[in-house]
Write a protein that binds this ligand. Sequence first.
Ligand code: PLP
Length: 587
Amino acid sequence: MSGLAAFKPYFLGPRSENETWVRAGIDGVLDDWFDWRKRLFADDPAAITPADQAAPGFLADRARLGERLAELVAKLRGETPVYSPRYIGHMVSELGLPALLGHFAALLHNPNASSREVARVSAVIETEAIAMLAGMIGFDPATARGHFTSGGTVANLEAVWRARYRLDDNLALGLTLAERFDEPLDIFAAAHLSARRRQAMIARRGLTASDLRARSGVLGNPHDIAERLGRASGRPWRGPVILAPGHKHYSWVKAANVFGLGEEAFWTAPVDAQGRLSVAGLAGRIDEARAQGRPVLMAVSVAGTTEMGEFDPVDRVADLLCHLRRTQGVHIWHHVDAAYGGYFCALDPDERLLTAPLWRALRAVRRADTVTIDPHKLGYAPYACGAILTRDTARDAISTFAAPYVEGDDPEAAPWTTTLEGSRPATGAAATWLTGRTLGFGPSGLGAVLASTIESCRAIRGALTAASAQVRPLDPMDTNIFCFSVASEGESLSTANARTAAVHTAFVRSPHFAASRTVLSAAACPDLIAAHVASWGGAPDADGLVLVRCVVMNPFWADPALRARLLGELTDELRGIIAATSASLTV
Ligand SMILES: *Cc1c(COP(=O)(O)O)cnc(C)c1O
């Protein structure tokens, strides 16, 4: 429970314990905002006079606003109480105060981070906040780039967008060499060319940008280019594939869909009995793609899955891709989806809570081309706040775009040229910036908070597993997400699934605690499910595994008195629910 006292100033507290300081912080921000307007352009006349404010119409409108605001606030009282330690459902919890105050301060100024013309300060804050995140995951903050997005889904789309430009650039070069110089076109080799070799080939042939643009499937007609690629390579062009582990977030299927690749282009790489990407399986799928003449748009590994919070062996994926580069000149774009788990890079390297393989995975996030990280998850920031990080400027600027009505196309001055979204808030950047400058993204700051949540998650797992012999914890539990089934000894998976689903439903109805539910698909992780079902001697007779899922993000579970109280209540509640659902299932 290291660091508990250290982070208590950084959250409001389940009983609004830090109300005084939050109020002072918000008042300070408001005072400054009012004062800013009063002092800037101080000679301008007032536009709203005391006489206006005394007029009956004005007073009536103001009264109506007050009433409706009260109505809205009253409605929001019925909102899901995700701030409470009793909420261990989805990937949301208590907000960090620096994030809340930073968000609020930027909100009032309403900068648009798409351009320095409308965010002359916030664009700088965004750059600094991105450098903090980059430094945390191990990128060189001086050369890494990136920006905030509305979330992990858009950040993942941003990564696909860049990888697709890179693929298109390479294929356009291959096609130019084939059509103009009669060079043979090997699609797989051409698609995975390194930036350096690409430049050398362009220089050797004296090619111009317009030569290449004329053969771009992104800028031109993709069907026409496909036909020409087929003709030049001697086999029909069937498009690239995206390789990601079977347990990937559904945002990857959306990405394949949005970029017009067809969901067929989304190839899942096998996962092992631990639910982790199998590196041998990934290598096999790369070979399959090569045999079919289909390039790999990108290989994705996941640092902290949405279902279980577990880590793929990011280091061994990076080793495999490095081996392909060294031995075959095949450069495959590596994206790490660290939307959930990226912040674990803030933990102390001596932290015993993480295993050696996990540390190796975390330290290898820096070897990726692009990384997704979600401050609105373990960064304790308000929605909507995700981020895409690229290892360097070239990987960021590859998708650069031009539009006439905003200033130049220098990506430093005009962030919109490298973002998928147009207008963007600066609230996420400000929230992250203030968190980084106060709590900090190191072992004694956010790292300590996250270490405490892992420890709390273990305590919850221990207590719930002891509460009933029917609770079957799912392994591995790498971080702060605990999943379990409810099953009697020897019963089939389908019966256990019904029992587990009933327990989850009872949790949803319970006013005391909230947990979430997930279903692992047997097609995606057969070995993981087989190992789990074997833990109670059952038969895997279903297409999926239903799990109750507890995401333990709330830092206050680390408080000894609160933990003792809530663990007692939670285990009693689970025991009661299991007894009640058993009775109803056997009727
Ligand atoms: C949450 C998550 C996403 C999607 O992020 P949103 O912010 O919900 O769009 C993508 N990948 C992983 C691994 C996630 O946990």
